[in-house]
Design a protein around this ligand. Structure first.
Ligand code: G6P
Ligand code: MG
Length: 221
């Protein structure tokens, strides 16, 4: 095991909740039904793809021009940025900072593979940026999750083989991306949400270097 590649929202901090709230307000304003179950499909995918799915759900796909959709995406992001503006290091999810420290001490590579254009801002607010050897530049990624591209880019940036990497995700699209990249997939969530993951933890508090290594080497046997 040479590297761990992290998703951000819902793994490092609970900004998945803020994405949910910000999309929820927009959906409500457009009278589109929106709930947590539907929101699972939005996790891990880009802002524009999320908006397309929400509009399709409300049969409004053809109601807005490209410019109109752009305005809606800006509206969601403005609300989202309002919600994340108050993030502090206290918002790092349980066990994550300790894991990052252990990985650094063990000289295991650490990369971030987030689809969010707000990722760098969030890592700064959480004071975690210094742990990361690589933050994949999402603007250079052509195919979003479930395509493996962002995880493969993380491995390439670290100079390690995908087979030597663990990916950690809370999104169905993200787990698919990790598995398609040929990596070991750790899901954070419920087994029904994380069906394709190699192991599932209910919360990040369960993560540690020793437990990751144990499962990784067991899987490789
Ligand atoms: C992550 C989140 C998604 C979000 C996407 C884009 O993948 O899981 O919920 O839509 O990033 O985030 P952004 O901050 O660029 O709108
Ligand atoms: Mg996520």
């Amino acid at each position: 095991m040479k590297a761990v590649i992290f998703d951000l929202d819902g793994v490092i901090t609970d900004t998945a909740e803020y994405h949910f709230q910000a999309w929820g307000s927009l959906a409500e304003a457009l009278s589109i039904p929106f709930d947590r179950e539907f929101n699972e499909q939005l996790k891990g995918i880009s802002r524009t793809e999320s908006l397309d799915k929400i509009l399709a759900r409300g049969n409004l796909s053809n109601t807005f021009s490209e410019e109109g959709k752009q305005d809606l995406a800006v509206r969601k992001n403005t609300e989202y940025q309002r919600l994340i503006s108050a993030l502090t290091p206290a918002d790092v999810l349980p066990g994550i900072q300790a894991l990052l420290k252990e990985l650094r001490e063990a000289k295991i590579g650490i990369a971030l593979a987030s689809a969010s254009k707000n990722a760098a801002f969030i890592l700064d607010r959480l004071e975690l940026a210094h742990y990361f050897d690589s933050v994949v530049d999402v603007t250079a990624i052509r195919n979003g999750k479930p395509d493996p591209e962002i995880f493969l880019a993380g491995a390439a940036n670290l100079g390690v083989r995908p087979a030597d990497c663990i990916g950690i995700e809370d999104a169905q699209a993200g787990i698919q991306a990790i598995k398609s990249a040929g990596m070991f997939a750790v899901g954070v969530g419920t087994p029904s949400q994380m069906q394709e993951a190699d192991i599932v933890v209910a919360t990040t508090a369960e993560l540690s270097l020793s437990m990751l290594e144990e499962h990784f080497y067991e899987f490789k046997k």
